[in-house]
Each structure stands twice: as structure tokens, then as C-alpha cells.
Design a protein around this ligand. Structure first.
Ligand SMILES: *[C@@H]1O[C@H](CO)[C@@H](O)[C@H](O)[C@H]1NC(C)=O
Ligand SMILES: *[C@@H]1O[C@H](CO)[C@@H](O)[C@H](O)[C@H]1NC(C)=O
Ligand SMILES: *[C@@H]1O[C@H](CO)[C@@H](O)[C@H](O)[C@H]1NC(C)=O
Length: 491
């Protein structure tokens, strides 16, 4: 399959191509899907209660429709109640137009024994503002569309889908059609508070069954109020620069944020905004400020935008922490120069230094440094459409290698970065990702060797720089003298 975005099959990776996809080895006794509606991110948890119809059944297949697969940015499969993610291989079945995930179970099941498999996904770019425009004081509502039924290559005895909104104000929802054969008392859909329940539906055929695709499966749309801004990071450029010389790790983010809520109707009134903020919380589609969790022990934090330094921000630094006590973080409350209205963009640069020892370790056996670089600092509820992370290593670093927690969207590029006082340039690695969610806020590990000669090169370069500065100073003083003499002559 051609992947535009980061592969959701992150934790999968293994290939078991020789194993046949046996569609008769299981039946689903129940499927329950829960959709937690959000803004840019929608969290979906699906539990498959499966029963083995064969002795030693060891591969359970999960199906995802084209559209769902396209919108799934993160995916994880576990046995219910267990910590470990299960490996799966993926393939595409053109006949049913389904992406199939062949999940390798921890151990083969006996005939008639059961297992609960939990599929967790995060969908991105899956909601849209409706209406598409809103005046400054209006509320905000979004629409979400999904398939009514969870596809599966197996027959399903009973399934239901719960769509939950954070606000109890669900404006409308689709009532499914032509389902009489699959519903019993209660009808095809019920609404209770902030939850819409589709189902229970009984005896659903396999999704490879032609009837399933043509007459049973259908789309449903839920229209709901959403009380927080819908945020998208259009672009995030992170540069992480390692200096052994200064025992420092500098991280700088260039962030371009977009409010993907309804676009502002009419003009922005600061007075109206201030009045709203004073008497109640500002309208749902307006972002007045942001809170970010930065690492502990940071210093020299800077925040500027196109106009200059932004002083309306507040930083509370947590004391420096070694990796063992990762729970602590510094809290950065930033106020954009203007409240971010629907459809508006705001770009800024945020950077900080931190002690290198907080992220570096030494692999004595390999004689290599290991540096942990966080891929991003998540903004709550925001998707990162396009991310590029550059890791700039010390000058002369060799044997560079890296471990990524999930595949990049294009090849990792190694290049050379040259700055002031560098003689040979610094090796730099560049990682690109698309459509990242809070679940992707993990770290890249880079290992490298710094030969002793490279450690010495720096003092030599610095000495040379000092020397030329000194020479320049002498020279400058001479000129200076001449000028001042001239000055005196004039006066
Ligand atoms: C498995 O279940 C079926 C149907 O419930 C039953 O007929 C069969 O005897 C069971 N087989 C075993 C080995 O338990
Ligand atoms: C911005 O802040 C930095 C650090 O506080 C300072 O060095 C710099 O001069 C400031 N720039 C402007 C334009 O105020
Ligand atoms: C926000 O940025 C996007 C992408 O660069 C651009 O298409 C859009 O026009 C911008 N919106 C505004 C209001 O400037």
C-alpha cells in the first residue's frame, strides 16, 4: 500500500508471509468499539472477543477499510489486560478492499477457547467544522463520519459501537437503514447523554461477504459540540544540537500552528475577546494560550515570533533530573501575540538548553555515546501534519547510527552541518514524519563515536580563533589610535 503518512503499523514490523490467512479459524462472539470524539485527534478502541474454531489457531486477522486505514495515524494491538503489543503483518485484499492485519497471538489457542484482543487507534484529520464559519461569540460544532460496522473476516455474533462526545450537546446523528434483519428490540441506534450507541447488531456476516459491503455496511455521521480549539501543527522543525565541549543539548522548535475550527466570520474584536475572557471563558474556537511540558533542568529558554521576543509567557523550571526520574517536567505557559481565531495561523520559535548528561549516556562496551532525543513536545489535542527533526552531532563524530521508535515517512538523511569554529563540519541526521499524535511523543536514540583527535580539534580551532581575534584587536587598536589622533587634530 502506498503510505502518505507515517505507518500506523508501528509496533508490528514482523513478516509472516508464509502463513495463510485462515478466515475460518475464528468467530467473533462480540465486538465493542468505542469512539472518543475529539478535535484533530479521535481515539478509537475496539475489543474483539474471539473464539477459536480450529485447534492451534495462532493468527487472528483484523480488517481496516481503505478510508479508515488512511486516517489511522497510530495503532496498537494487545491481548486484553496484557502490556505487550502484538506483532502483525499487513496485506491488502483487493476483493473486499480491506487492509488485513495478521496478528500473531502470544500462544496458539485450543479449539473453542477464547481470547480478547484490543485494537487501539488514533485517527487524524477525521473531523470537520460544521458550520464552517462562526462569529467570535458563537459556539463550535464538528462532524465525524465512520463506518457503522466494524469489518472482520470472521462472522460476528454481536457487535456495537459507542460514539462518545466530551460535551453532552450532540446536535444530530445518522439513523442507519436496512438493518431489520440484524437488530432486535431497541432499534438500530440509541442516544443517552453524550453517548450514541449503534447496535447491538446480531449475526453480522464476514466483511468479505459481498452482502456486507453492498447492503449492510454504511456510513454514519455524528454532529457534536466541541468546546476546545481544533489545533493542527502544520509544520514543526526541531533541531537538536549536541555539544560535548559545552556539555549542552540545545533544542529549538520552529512551530507553525493552525486553528482548524470554523473560520472567523467578520472582523476580530479585541474588546469583545477581552469582555468574553473577563465574564466567562472565551469562545470554544479561540485559543488564547497554550501550556507545554518542557524537560526538567532547562535554561536559556527563548520564545520569539516574526515580530520579536514574546514576553507574555511564563516558565516554571523543574529541577534537573536524570533519566530515572522522568516524571518531572518544566511548565511553559505561552501566550501567542494574538488570540488564535478559527482559520488563523501563528508561527513561533521556542528553544532551550539542557545539561547534556540528562540525555546522554556512554556505552563502554562499544565505546560510543548514546543520546536520547525526544521527537516532539506534544501540544494537547493537536496533530502534527509535518515534522522534521535534525540531530546535529559533535564535530568529527563517526560510526553514527540511530534507533527510531516507529518508521519515518521518508529515508533518514545524513548530511554535514557547518557552523562557526567548525573545521570539518558536524554530522547531522534528518528524520521526517507525517501526522503525528501524542502517542508518537517518543524518543530517537543516536549513537556515535567521537575520536580523541576530534576532541582535540575543537581546542585547536578555538585557540586559532582567539589568536586571530587577538591579532585583529591589535590591528584594530592601531586603526583606532589613528582615528582618535585624527579626531584630536580636528578638535
Ligand atoms: C466446541 O464447541 C462446539 C459448539 O459449541 C461443540 O459442538 C464441540 O463439541 C466443542 N468441541 C470441543 C473440543 O470442546
Ligand atoms: C530577545 O531576548 C534575548 C534573550 O533574552 C535577548 O538576548 C535579545 O536581545 C532579545 N531581542 C530583542 C529584539 O529584544
Ligand atoms: C495558514 O497557513 C496555511 C499553510 O501555509 C495557508 O494555506 C493558509 O492560507 C494560512 N491561513 C491564513 C489565515 O493565513
Amino acid at each position: 500500500m502506498s503510505r502518505r503518512r507515517v505507518s500506523p503499523f508501528v509496533l508490528l514490523g514482523l513478516l509472516f508471509s508464509a502463513l495463510p490467512a485462515a478466515s475460518h479459524s475464528f468467530e467473533n462472539t462480540a465486538i465493542v468499539r468505542t469512539v472518543d470524539l475529539g478535535g484533530s485527534l479521535v481515539y478509537v478502541t475496539t475489543t474483539f472477543a474471539a473464539r477459536a474454531l480450529e485447534q492451534d489457531a495462532s493468527i487472528y486477522t483484523i480488517a481496516l477499510g481503505n478510508e479508515e486505514e488512511e486516517k489511522t495515524s497510530w495503532l496498537d494491538i494487545k491481548v486484553k489486560g496484557q502490556q505487550e503489543s502484538l506483532a502483525a503483518s499487513t496485506s491488502y485484499d483487493p476483493q473486499s478492499q480491506m487492509h488485513l492485519l495478521d496478528v500473531v497471538l502470544p500462544k496458539a489457542l485450543n479449539l473453542n477457547s477464547t481470547i480478547n484482543i484490543v485494537l487501539e487507534t488514533v485517527q487524524t484529520h477525521v473531523t470537520w467544522a460544521w458550520p464552517q464559519t462562526a462569529a467570535q461569540g458563537d459556539g463550535q460544532a464538528l462532524k465525524y463520519k465512520t463506518n457503522l460496522l466494524v469489518p472482520s473476516p470472521y462472522k460476528t455474533h454481536v457487535q456495537r459501537t459507542k460514539v462518545k462526545s466530551q460535551s453532552p450537546n450532540i446536535i444530530s446523528h445518522t439513523t442507519p437503514k436496512h438493518l431489520d434483519a440484524f437488530t432486535q428490540e431497541g432499534g438500530p441506534v440509541t442516544k443517552s447523554g453524550a453517548t450514541i450507541t449503534y447496535g447491538p447488531y446480531y449475526d453480522i456476516p464476514s466483511s468479505t461477504d459481498e452482502d456486507f459491503l453492498t447492503s449492510v455496511q454504511q456510513s454514519v455521521v455524528v454532529h457534536y459540540s466541541y468546546d476546545y480549539p481544533v489545533l493542527e501543527v502544520l509544520k514543526l522543525r526541531r533541531a537538536a544540537e549536541i555539544s560535548h565541549w559545552g556539555a549542552n543539548l540545545n533544542i529549538q522548535d520552529e512551530i507553525s500552528l493552525h486553528n482548524a475550527g470554523p473560520t472567523l466570520k467578520g472582523h476580530f474584536s479585541r474588546l469583545e475577546h477581552q469582555t468574553q475572557s473577563y465574564f466567562k471563558r472565551p469562545a470554544a474556537h479561540v485559543l488564547p494560550s497554550l501550556t507545554l511540558h518542557l524537560p526538567a533542568g532547562i535554561r536559556n529558554t527563548y520564545y520569539y515570533d516574526l515580530i520579536g521576543n514574546v514576553s507574555t509567557s511564563h516558565l516554571r523550571v523543574a529541577p534537573s533530573a536524570k533519566k530515572a526520574t522522568r516524571a518531572q517536567y518544566s511548565v511553559f505557559e505561552m501566550k501567542p501575540r494574538y488570540p488564535l481565531m478559527g482559520g488563523w495561523n501563528y508561527s513561533w520559535t521556542l528553544g532551550w538548553d539542557s545539561p547534556l548528561e540528562n540525555s546522554a549516556s556512554w556505552d563502554a562496551a562499544a565505546g560510543k555515546h548514546i543520546i536520547e532525543i525526544p521527537i516532539m513536545t506534544p501540544i494537547v489535542g493537536a496533530v502534527v501534519n509535518d515534522l522534521e527533526l535534525s540531530v546535529i552531532l559533535p564535530e568529527g563524530a563517526t560510526d553514527v547510527s540511530c534507533v527510531v521508535p516507529f518508521p519515518t515517512s521518508s529515508n533518514i538523511i545524513q548530511s554535514t552541518h557547518t557552523t562557526y569554529l567548525d573545521t570539518a563540519g558536524r554530522p547531522a541526521l534528518s528524520f521526517k514524519y507525517r501526522d503525528l499524535t501524542d502517542k508518537h511523543a517518543m524518543s530517537i536514540y543516536v549513537t556515535y563515536r567521537v575520536p580523541l583527535s576530534a576532541h582535540l580539534k575543537k581546542p585547536v580551532a578555538v585557540a586559532a580563533a582567539f589568536f586571530s581575534l587577538f591579532t585583529f584587536a591589535l590591528f584594530a587598536r592601531r586603526i583606532d589610535l589613528t582615528i582618535s589622533k585624527k579626531g584630536r587634530n580636528v578638535s
